[in-house]
Write a protein that binds this ligand. Structure first.
Ligand SMILES: [Zn+2]
Length: 77
């Protein structure tokens, strides 16, 4: 489903001017050198994955969180 031939090299792809297309995610007009989610959707997707990674990290550290309040309380005394 392409309008023209795909660039065969990375240099060709980078040299290609931005093309207008409809964002496959939000459906709004986008402009980029390659077809895909628009810049806004990319930012949203990035923050989504970063948020997911952070969420997992927090869950992994939860056992340690139970220890920290006691240590802080002892320091305050
Ligand atoms: Zn979009």
């Amino acid at each position: 489903m392409t309008d023209g031939p795909l660039p065969s090299t990375m240099e060709e792809a980078l040299a290609a001017p931005p093309v207008g297309f409809t964002c496959p995610r939000c459906g709004s007009a986008a402009e980029a050198r390659s077809y895909g989610p628009c810049q806004r959707c990319r930012d949203e997707l990035r923050s989504f994955f970063v948020g997911t990674a952070r969420d997992v990290e927090v869950r992994e550290y939860e056992p340690k969180m139970n220890v920290t309040p006691n240590a802080v309380a002892l320091k305050d005394d």
